[in-house]
Write a new protein. Structure first.
Length: 248
């Protein structure tokens, strides 16, 4: 199986604070990787390095065998903090269309509209296509942002706490639809909630400065001990709780 993401000896520090230390990782295509770990352990930092949103300080990262800068057209991204977009003067359909930006020169206006509407329909949001973002609930906006991420049928989906604010029924729908995408994409999914792993993940990574990788969709005691230090210290955090460290 081909490698979607390859990271070798990646380290990163904010000022003098080391967040990642010699992290190496190979993610095969069509993998649903869930990244877990304590606040401030480096999950979001690793994802941002993979996406090229932070500059590499050491090590090497390739996406589908190419440097990061050459792979942007094939990536869909849901950032951790999506609340800042709620007051953008756009509606739901406009937002989903943003995910097609790398492809619009090759598409007709009708094709763009159909692709964006189809992505919204995937997450149950097509009926809101003419509604402004600030008129939606937090969970509804999150599903619109997910639609934006998948609209261009990316080969890599990078999702940082994508279920934040989404109600249980919506979470179930999102996870089902994401799994359907695995025939055409690879997913990196950051979560504080370990319950998303059973039945969804095909691989699990625990990030706590270092990376412990388990190439199966299950959480072992050793994996958790390596990541958190103590099983008794683990707290399952609901998606509605915004307690991520500022530069995790």
């Amino acid at each position: 199986m081909k490698t979607a993401v390859s990271a070798k000896n990646v380290s990163f520090a904010y000022n003098d604070e080391t967040v990642l230390r010699n992290v190496s990782l190979d993610i095969s295509e069509n993998t649903f990787l869930v990244l877990i770990g304590p606040n401030g352990g480096g999950k979001s930092t690793l994802l941002k390095l993979i996406l090229g949103l932070l500059p590499l300080q050491s090590g090497e990262i390739n996406i589908f065998g190419k440097p990061i800068a050459s792979a942007h057209e094939n990536i869909g991204y849901v950032p951790q903090d999506t609340e800042k977009i709620k007051n953008f003067p756009v509606n739901v359909l406009d937002t989903a269309m943003m995910g097609l930006y790398p492809h619009i020169k090759r598409m007709t206006k009708k094709e763009i509209t159909l692709a964006a509407t189809g992505a919204l329909d995937l997450f149950g949001m097509a009926e809101y296509k003419n509604v402004r973002l600030n008129e939606l609930s937090t969970g509804q906006r999150q599903r619109v942002i997910l639609a934006r991420a998948v609209a261009g049928k990316p080969a890599l989906l990078a999702l940082d706490e994508p279920l934040s604010g989404v109600d249980p029924a919506g979470q179930k729908l999102v996870l089902e639809k994401l799994k359907e995408q695995l025939t055409q994409t690879t997913i990196i999914f950051i979560s504080h909630d370990l319950s998303v792993i059973p039945g969804n993940a095909t691989a699990v990574g625990c990030v706590n400065r270092n990376l412990t990788y388990h190439p199966a969709g299950e959480v072992t005691e050793q994996l958790l001990t390596n990541a958190y230090g103590s099983i008794s210290a683990i707290t399952l955090v609901s998606h509605s709780c915004k307690c991520e460290a500022p530069h995790d």
